[in-house]
Design a protein around this ligand. Structure first.
Ligand code: ADP
Ligand code: GN1
Ligand code: MG
Length: 374
């Protein structure tokens, strides 16, 4: 986020409401998320040493009920804290820790109805925008599988649905079709091939939701936004340490978490790559993620879930593509953009990846079977 963003000026007032240790030395925009405005704060402690925090202005045009969202985040992180302690881990580093306001509330609402929250900054970590080694990706898969496993006994009915139909691909498809029909900025003419690509695949959009409705896939507590930059790696050990960005932890399918990780991490190109020849599915990264995810889930995935892993990868990539494309058509109102046509470029990479998965479909199925030992 740039320092010209109005949130930057407002941040100082918000900070004063939180129960921080020490005196604020500096704040700077931080990270590469597409949704919230994130800042890194550095505070000086009485003894001269420094402590850092993450401050976020929640995106409340996307998350309509920040209070309920924070209720989820507090409850989930407190639950994870107990599990991590029971496993002998370090709860200050292996999960997010919410810093409350001086009034003991988990967020602060300012006079303009901006919602702010704060977390302990997890020091000595790396956040990757691209897979740098097969081992990193394998580790991230174990961590995301593990996350799902740690929450397997969490009372799912107490979680608020922070975004309705978040991974309901048929519903996303209807949103996309409406954006094409309305075409408020006349951009549809500039995205003809991409729109056709998406429309041609309507028949597949309901495969997972149909299996869920038929009781053939179980509903679980899932993260729902498992891209690689939503995980922190420990700088010292190099392993995946903490799953962050818990705004969309809700009941969902394991295939959503699996699929979203593949779409972002097993691509040979970055999400907004403009040279599409660089964007393909790396089958060896796919294989690494399948084995890591199966391990992290600790044998809890059903045969049907395992069989549908390739479909999870394809549908999550397709769904993200139609979301980017719909946002391009609607004038870039949802995902932050940093250049002209950014969302169109993002949609193109997703569709290129879907096309490549279609070419490699039998290989993806074979690799999945082999990893599961079937
Ligand atoms: P968004 O929803 O916009 O993606 P995130 O919650 O993912 O926002 O945060 C954006 C970035 O900020 C992350 O990708 C990560 O680099 C960094 N970040 C967020 N929380 C922490 C934390 N507690 N400690 C260290 N870095 C963090
Ligand atoms: C957003 O919040 P962030 O940047 O981690 C989006 C995801 C998309 C992703 C695409 C709440 O994730 O659903 O898959 O961008 N999050 C939300 O990069 O919509
Ligand atoms: Mg994020």
């Amino acid at each position: 986020m740039s320092t010209e963003n109005p949130a930057y000026a407002k941040a100082e007032e918000a900070i004063a409401h939180f129960a921080l240790k020490g005196r604020l030395l500096k704040k700077k925009p931080y990270g590469n998320g597409h949704i919230n405005d994130t800042f890194l704060l550095t505070c000086e402690m009485p003894g001269g040493q420094t402590t850092q925090y993450i401050l976020q202005r929640m995106n409340h045009s996307i998350f309509k009920q920040p209070r309920l969202l924070m209720e989820n985040v507090v409850n989930v992180t407190e639950y994870l804290r107990k599990v991590i302690i029971a496993q002998g881990g370090d709860p200050d580093r292996e999960t997010l820790n919410v810093i409350r306001t001086k009034d003991g509330v988990s967020y602060y609402e300012d006079a303009d109805h901006n919602y702010w929250r704060m977390f302990l900054f997890i020091e000595r970590t790396l956040c990757l925008e691209k897979v740098e080694s097969k081992k990193d990706f394998y580790d991230s898969a174990v961590a995301f599988g593990n996350f799902q496993r740690m929450l397997s006994d969490y009372p799912a009915e107490t979680l608020h649905e922070t975004i309705l139909n978040f991974h309901n691909t048929p519903s996303r498809f209807q949103d996309f079709k409406r954006a094409v029909e309305k075409d408020p900025l006349g951009r549809a003419a500039l995205a003809g091939p991409e729109i056709s690509f998406a429309l041609d695949r309507e028949g597949e959009t309901s495969i997972l939701t149909d299996l869920l409705a038929a009781g053939e896939l179980p509903l679980r507590v899932t993260h729902n936004d498992t891209k690689l930059n939503n995980i922190l790696f420990d700088k010292d050990s190099g392993t995946a340490l903490c799953i962050i960005d818990l705004d969309t932890v809700m009941p969902g399918l394991s295939l959503y978490d699996f699929g979203d990780s593949i779409r972002f991490g097993a691509s040979t190109g970055v999400e907004d790559e403009q040279d599409l020849s660089k964007v393909t599915l790396d089958l060896s990264l796919y294989e690494a993620f399948v084995s890591g995810f199966l391990k992290g889930c600790g044998g809890s995935l059903t045969e049907k879930e395992i069989e549908m892993l390739p479909m999870g990868a394809k549908l999550m990539t397709y769904e993200c593509g139609i979301r980017f494309l719909a946002d391009y058509l609607e004038g870039d109102v949802y995902f932050k953009i940093h250049r002209e046509n950014h969302n169109l470029d993002r949609a193109r990479t997703q569709f290129k990846l879907v096309a490549d998965m279609e070419k490699k479909w039998s290989k993806m199925a074979e690799v999945t079977r082999q990893c599961s030992g079937a």
